[in-house]
Design a binder for this molecule. Structure first.
Ligand SMILES: [Fe+2]
Length: 186
């Protein structure tokens, strides 16, 4: 089950400004990411999901990297801002949030189908899409659902569990920044 959380306006602005700063090179430059040799949209297709399930059963983490890992998130966002964000996410779930991933997807980047089943818990992803030309795709009750990003900030939360895996993937045709947090299930 996927939930959308509404970030308080101030936190949304903090994250949005930080994300735009990353894209604008305010916190340093990143090398050119190596483009996938595969069509990124094919990699996040329902057909690919069927193939993965048939061949591998599960994919806990997507290995093909067509995105950057963002460095020094707390320092760049400002410790006070970052801590306020973590505090708010922790309060949503009633347990301490730990950062689980920080990514910059440039145009045509993707993260393929996976479940994160090796780290069970509640995931919360903040995303910033520069134009809105990007999406989070997941499976609910056997149906593939494409959840288009809005332009700007969005916050999604879902449960990662081996009993009820949530297959998901990401595609971006714009600059998309995402920060993930994991909460233990209490
Ligand atoms: Fe994931």
């Amino acid at each position: 089950m996927l939930r959308k959380l509404e970030l308080p306006k101030q936190l949304s602005e903090i994250f949005g400004q930080y994300a735009q700063g990353v894209i604008d090179g305010k916190y340093g430059s990143y090398p050119e990411v190596e483009k996938s040799k595969y069509d990124p949209l094919a990699m996040v297709s329902p057909y690919m999901l069927d193939r993965l399930i048939q061949r591998a059963g599960d994919v806990t983490n997507c290995l093909e990297l067509t995105f950057f890992e963002i460095r020094n998130v707390r320092e760049c966002m400002g410790a006070e801002n970052y801590d306020a964000l973590v505090k708010w996410i922790s309060a949503q779930h009633g347990s301490e949030s730990r950062q689980s991933g920080s990514f910059w997807y440039p145009p045509k980047a993707h993260m393929g189908w996976h479940t994160n089943n090796d780290h069970e818990g509640i995931r919360t992803y903040l995303s910033f899409s520069e134009t809105g030309d990007s999406f989070f795709r997941y499976v609910l009750d056997g149906n593939v659902i494409t959840d288009q990003d809005p332009k700007g900030v969005c916050c999604r939360s879902f449960r990662v569990s081996k009993v009820k895996p949530l297959w998901h993937c990401v595609y971006s045709d714009t600059n998309r920044i995402s920060l993930g947090f994991n909460n233990a299930i209490v």
